[in-house]
Design a protein around this ligand. Structure first.
Ligand code: GLV
Ligand code: MN
Ligand code: MN
Length: 404
């Protein structure tokens, strides 16, 4: 049965659908994300909220006390971009729940006890420019504006050009300490990316921590040639090194308890069946609670790829695209959410979030909503309409406690 939260989400159903991969492809600062952002701005404006786009591309929609003062605000929201072929809930659920929670709070009070801002972060997945949580990393100083300006997507579109197309001045991006100095708390609601709640028979959880995680790009350069005329012993084939790199990631992670290692993206250039590639690229993702274990895994994997490159006569270049240490959400904030939601279990996660990045500068916490399949970053990701509404009500309850 439809619910107000599910109805809001349904308005986004046609935006950014991917007919080839299935699900949704809403790359950061691209057309679909911009359309979704306009939808959010329209929804917020319709509710009488004061909307602004800050210099890092974060949208803020303010509900202010009678004084009009913005100090000591509580903020809530998430992101609207997706991974390639992703689900409908990762990001958008937190945004529509923020709107719905505002509606519930507004029904009860003309003015908030504290300022409340609904926020939308750009390029959270990093699926376009490689760096996840680009907006919150820039705002918090975790990513330099110079590095952001040097990024380009797979089609060669530079970050500055994409930023301009999205109404963001690339020369104005960067740390925004004054804005965040006055934030009391940030709560991000998110679809759960696992089966914790399903197994516990509960609809909503309070977040405790995020595993340390990072992303690396490996470029392997060999010698392009003809598939039929080049003898096997004469080849310098970067795809062979790439194959070994995939196994290096898999085996290192398998041999380390509680580690996760993934190669989810790769390419061979120029990419012809009868062409020995001149270059191959892969991107891998490593996660573990302990940051030093992630570093050890990285070292082990790097060594194996380099040895493989040497054997094949290929040059190997490795670049770190992003790294995030383990995050433990603010203890006081978490205790307040737990007190406001006494039935909610506490869960940790292996997924990164803007609330994790911003934990370095403001008190942050998260709420998760039950996902029956446990799947995420794929079209099967989901939650029931009823649970989506229960999540919004829980968010309103949590925000109300924090605004008191
Ligand atoms: C974002 O969802 C991530 O964990 O990579
Ligand atoms: Mn995600
Ligand atoms: Mn997300």
């Amino acid at each position: 049965m439809s619910t107000p939260t599910a109805d809001l989400l349904a308005e986004l159903a046609e935006i950014g659908r991917d007919p080839v991969r299935g699900g949704y492809s809403r790359p950061g600062l691209g057309e679909a994300e911009r359309e979704l952002r306009s939808w959010f701005i329209e929804q917020a404006t319709r509710r009488g909220l004061e909307v602004e786009l800050d210099r890092n591309g974060i949208v803020w929609a303010w509900w202010l006390p009678a004084s009009g003062d913005r100090a000591g605000a509580v903020i809530t929201g998430s992101h609207l971009d997706s991974v390639p072929g992703g689900g409908a809930y990762d990001g958008p659920l937190g945004v529509v729940s923020a709107l719905r929670a505002f509606d519930l709070l507004r029904e009860a009070n003309e003015f908030p006890a504290r300022p409340l801002a609904l926020v939308v972060f750009p390029e959270e997945e990093g699926s376009r420019f490689g760096v996840p949580c680009l907006g919150s990393r820039l705002a918090s100083g975790a990513l330099t504006p110079e590095r952001a300006r040097s990024l380009a997507d797979a089609d060669g579109v530079t970050f500055p050009d994409a930023a301009r197309a999205a109404g963001i001045d690339p020369d104005a991006i960067g740390p925004d300490p004054e804005r965040f100095a006055d934030i009391h708390a940030f709560v991000e609601l998110h679809v759960e990316q696992g089966r914790g709640l399903e197994d516990l028979g509960q609809p909503v959880a309070v977040g405790s921590s995020i595993l340390a995680h990072g992303r690396w790009h490996v470029a392997i350069r060999g010698r392009g040639d003809h598939a039929g005329t080049t003898r096997m012993q004469d080849r310098q084939d970067p795809v062979v090194v790439l194959a070994d790199a995939i196994l290096a990631v898999r085996e290192a992670a398998e041999q380390t308890p509680e580690a996760r290692g993934t190669v989810g993206r790769l390419r061979a250039l120029p990419g012809g069946t009868n062409v020995i590639a001149s270059q191959s690229d892969l991107w891998f993702d490593l996660r573990h609670r302990d940051e030093s274990v992630v570093r050890q895994l990285l070292e082990q994997i790097t060594e194996r790829i380099r040895a493989s490159g040497e054997r094949e006569g290929c040059a190997v270049e490795l670049q770190e695209e992003s790294f995030s240490g383990e995050v433990r959400f603010d203890a006081d904030l978490r205790a307040q959410l737990e007190a406001a939601l006494p039935d909610a279990p506490v869960l940790d996660t292996g997924a990164g979030h803007d609330a994790g990045v911003l934990a370095g500068v403001i008190p942050t916490g998260m709420l998760y909503v039950r996902n029956p399949s446990g799947t995420s970053h794929a079209p099967d990701e989901g939650t029931s309409d009823d649970d989506a509404e229960v999540g919004s009500v829980a968010l309103a309850t949590g925000l109300e406690a924090l605004m008191r």
